[in-house]
Design a protein. Structure first.
Length: 194
């Protein structure tokens, strides 16, 4: 069960988000407020916020419903504790999926917002990430889709033995013990989008 606190300055938005959270079987409403003050005391797993200024990065992770994409804004918000950034007009399914992902330790960003961040350098890559070859990135993304080695080999037109070599290399470079762990690390580092 994910405990969710809501912070929205608009009473209408606040009530709508409360209704959304209370209808989801895997979530529990911890409380709803006009701002972020006092929310940490409730010890929620996730804060669902609308158009508010996040704090200093301390406290529970935040799913923020915000305006138009802007790389500087996005980078600044992620530094301040936001773990999912969605447009204000995000649908119920998208909001609930983001809350669930953040509740499980993942971060969520729309692909249209990620691309500018990669080009501006706001997303920092570690040496391990940059060491993945384009082919290894393809293999990692197919692993994330649940594809078996045989399927990956067929799609890429390479041998299954070569796929095994790429998988072993990916595991080593991402310091992962299993395929699942490699995919999880890939998601966290922004190499795989969900």
């Amino acid at each position: 069960m994910i405990r969710v606190a809501i912070a929205a300055d608009s009473p209408v938005v606040r009530e709508g988000l409360k209704a959304l959270v209370t209808t989801c079987a895997g979530m529990e409403l911890a409380g709803a407020f006009a701002d972020l003050s006092g929310i940490a005391a409730l010890r929620p797993d996730v804060v669902l916020a609308s158009a508010l200024e996040p704090g200093d990065g301390e406290g529970p992770p935040i799913v923020l419903l915000a305006g138009e994409p802007d790389p500087a804004f996005t980078h600044e918000r992620f530094q301040a504790g936001v773990r999912a950034l969605l447009p204000r007009d995000a649908g119920a399914t998208q909001i609930l999926a983001a809350v669930e992902a953040v509740g499980r330790g993942l971060s969520v960003i729309e692909p249209r917002e990620l691309e500018p961040l990669l080009h501006t350098g706001a997303v920092q890559r570690t040496a391990d990430e940059s060491d993945l070859t384009p082919r290894e990135l393809e293999v990692l993304r197919m692993m994330a889709e649940g594809a078996a080695n045989k399927t990956i080999a067929w799609k890429l037109g390479i041998s299954e033995h070569t796929v095994k070599f790429h998988v072993a290399s990916i595991l080593g470079k991402l310091h992962a013990g299993t395929r699942t762990e490699a995919v999880t690390v890939g998601i966290r580092k922004g190499l795989v989008l969900i």
